[in-house]
Design a protein around this ligand. Structure first.
Ligand code: CMP
Length: 135
């Protein structure tokens, strides 16, 4: 079933010059780009995006990180797009993510893990509305 999902290329991806490589991984898999925006977000959007994490110990440094520079936000579409993106992204912790995944190949961090992908159909709907309200 065709789905849409929100993908963020985080500030570490933009700083490291990996935007082209990362977009290429999603495109060569067969996903379509429906919307795209390079944006430096404020703490308020970070808190809304990560609402389920705001009370966690790791949240303050995560908030500082995701507001530290531009992120490339995208809506991707395709068959089973939510799970496909999560598989391409790999496990959250780049030190443990499988080789072949984006984080497994390119990240050595639990926080600076290059990418975000919606984790469920409900999250995708909520996150797409938050980032791209005109879609
Ligand atoms: P993401 O998929 O965007 O969802 C939540 C983010 O929080 C996650 O990627 C990481 O960037 C970050 N994160 C999750 N767990 C930890 C942790 N234990 N320590 C630091 N950062 C974390």
């Amino acid at each position: 079933m065709s789905e849409r999902t929100l993908v963020l290329l985080k500030p570490d991806a933009v700083r490291r010059g990996l935007v082209g490589e990362l977009i290429g991984r999603y495109e060569t898999k067969g996903l379509s780009i429906i919307a795209m925006d390079l944006r430096t977000i404020d703490g308020e959007l970070a808190d809304r995006h990560y609402a389920e994490h705001v009370e966690r110990d790791f949240y303050p440094p995560l908030r500082a990180f995701v507001t530290s520079g531009p992120m490339l936000a995208m809506v991707l579409e395709g068959d089973a797009a939510i799970d496909v993106v999560r598989t391409l992204n790999g496990a959250t912790d780049g030190r443990k993510a499988a080789p072949g995944s984006i984080r497994g190949d390119l990240s050595l961090s639990n926080r600076e893990n290059l990418v975000h992908g919606s984790d469920s159909a409900d999250s995708a709907k909520r996150e797409i509305a938050l980032w791209f309200p005109d879609l």
